[in-house]
Design a protein around this ligand. Sequence first.
Ligand SMILES: C[S@@+](CC[C@H](N)C(=O)[O-])C[C@H]1O[C@@H](n2cnc3c(N)ncnc32)[C@H](O)[C@@H]1O
Length: 825
Amino acid sequence: MGGGGREGRSYRSRTQRKHFKQSRENVWKRPKPDPSSTDSTDNPAWQPFATQNPSFDEYYKEQGIVATEEWDRFIEVLRKPLPAAFRINSSSQFCSDLRSQLEDDFMKSLKAEVTEEGEVDAIRPLPWYPNNLAWHSSFSRMQLRKNQTLERFHEFLKLENEIGNITRQEAVSMVPPLFLDVQPDHFILDMCAAPGSKTFQLLEIIYQSTTPGVLPNGMVIANDLDVQRCNLLIHQTKRMCTANLIVTNHEAQHFPGCRKNKNFSSASDKGIETESNIGQLLFDRVLCDVPCSGDGTLRKAPDIWRKWNVGLGNGLHSLQVQIAMRGISLLKVGGRMVYSTCSMNPIENEAVVAEILRKCGGCVQLVDVSSELPQLVRRPGLKKWKARDKGVWLASYKDVPKFRRTGIVPSMFPSGRCHMDTTNDGDKHENGIDANSIGLQPVEDAFPSTDNLDEEVCDLPLELCMRLVPHDQNTGAFFIAVLQKVSPLPAGQETNISPQGNMPTRNDAPPNQIKEETDGLEVNMADGTDEKDPEGSSEGNSIDNEDGAPAEPDPLSSGKDDSVETEVPVNKETGGKRKLQMQGKWRGVDPVIFFKDETIINTIKTFYGIDDSFPLDGHLVSRNSETNHVKRIYYISKSVKDVLELNIQVGQQLKITSVGLKMFERQTSQGANAPCSFRISSEGLPVILPYITKQILYASPVDFKHLLQYKTIKFADFVDAEFREKASNLMMGCCVMVLSKGVKVSSEPIQVDASTIAIGCWKGRASLSVMVTALDCQELLERLLMRMDTEKDNSVQGNITETDEVHHMNDNSESEKPENATTSS
Ligand SMILES: C[S@@+](CC[C@H](N)C(=O)[O-])C[C@H]1O[C@@H](n2cnc3c(N)ncnc32)[C@H](O)[C@@H]1O
């Protein structure tokens, strides 16, 4: 089991499991009728989606997103359902077992089942994804029911997905994080992160080269405007068991910079002893996967065919520019930002990138990544395109009628030119948005553009952007641009950033944005997203309004957060009615508080014999200022600690929805009579495991398996006499059972490696109970058996068969279980 949760297995509590299931309810479940199926017996009531839209055809033919001779093939593929793709969670303890199972078992056994025209393999690794960790399956969900072989594969996917070892994700959506060139010590901002598939990938990358028990130096801040989608992200990333993640809830275009400023009374003045090592929030990497019209996901979400209209992209362009510019200003010099959308529309893609380059006046460059991921088939970005409005093609801003200039802005055109001569409106864009309002001056003349305004061509190297089109690799469509900040932004460009480091709130924000006041009174959640569909159409955020009229914001009361259950839920701990609500800066969100209660910390340290080399000081946080009511204590990495300390010093600018790894949980049931009332949580175990020296039991495979099978076993029923004795001599309360070849007695820290398997248990008066879910027990049992098969460890197999009868083991044991112990549900 690896430290930092990387190799460690995540045994989630029942509550977590429930949330996780809910958040992924449409994943791998029994398939809906296949829209492409011609078999009307599937579901006679089924009406296939109309997979055509004349405006769509007209628009994209004119934009030339594919060559004329390719159009038919492009549309044909676009109308087909998207083949499934999935990733193996590289932080799963069984990552290589799963990969081997796919490579050695399923790839062969499914070969005869190939049905997709043109497909050679039924399943195959995506050639451009490192280490065979991402896979393509040519089966539609319907097909997976056809016969026994397919059914077995389907069951495999379903179980591993539920466990969290496999994540379904659109192939093209896996690409952006790979172009970020992430290192383990990087500070990364994921600006529009929910539901979190890419955040998950980023975390996997920073954890990749860490050794067990050592957390990486880097961290990820995953931000999303939508609180409920943030929740999906929190549940999604929980499987990473990471202490290196902060989830925030801001408008990305106003993401706080947390710059220290003398205007802020220092934290120590307020009795908070923190001194952050960092002076402001700047990031090595920024992922800017913006809200978009989402027509690249047509194959997955065919309802977009019906909804699609030209205004979708037009309505999002300005917001996309603002979010991207904020990302650039939060990027360190030398840092990389990836701008991506799942839209094919040049107004949301090349036009946005061109505007960033113009505004940054040479401080930001497009990176040539043609040698990276060479197996990924990509096409260059467009250099020319047009805008369309009210059924009229517009080649240049000067063609835009005055009364339409509120919706169609100069940056939508290849030259980006305002043609001030015709509008003469100073620095104001015609849509009323001050060009300076996002902190940067337009640098119009830095990039001379063509004078042929009938067909503008952009002089910027937009060919370095990447377009992924469906018929190249049987995927969805995607757009990716890799940008590097090569020098600080010109002086004065960030003058609009407030002393707090925040972008100012503006009256000229796009109409679909409610301004986010610094006291956090209002948060806009209306972005047209479908929060019920974490893996479905969520990549795109289609706006339903015709002709680009931005969606009306939900009438969101500030108390809406109440219904949201997050990992660190709002005011759950006090039980009181929103008692803590006003204690933090952000209404509806409890403050993050460094947990410093020495009595509790020392009790925990002593009970588990936590080695001094595991830093607890300053690494524990809670969401409750009343120590006696703290139920959960979270562990944070050094990098997260630095950010939290900075955040305190700058007046809690970050609105933190979730932070840290749940490490200790207060035991409140009758088991609370134990000397230490805090148990180690399943998520926290992989991180702390190498550092605990007490309350450890080394179990033989036989007893380990028995406990997984029966969940609770009386001491007398353990096979191994030495284990029996050791278990009964342990102090009452939480303990850790480590799978071992023999029974060890040791007060040394556990020698943890990638193959170590350990689970949390509860030692009662007469029995031992597991503290992991039934599903996790089942999965662990299956994996252990498979490993043993591979190792041809016949003696162990024999032992299990011989000793499979364990008498009376469940009698009277239930009463001793702690609240988190598994039942056979
Ligand atoms: C394309 S999705 C992001 C998908 C995500 N990166 C992933 O890989 O799972 C765009 C996200 O932007 C969020 N969003 C919309 N407007 C936003 C804003 N102004 N600031 C931050 N996030 C925003 C939406 O809630 C949505 O979750």
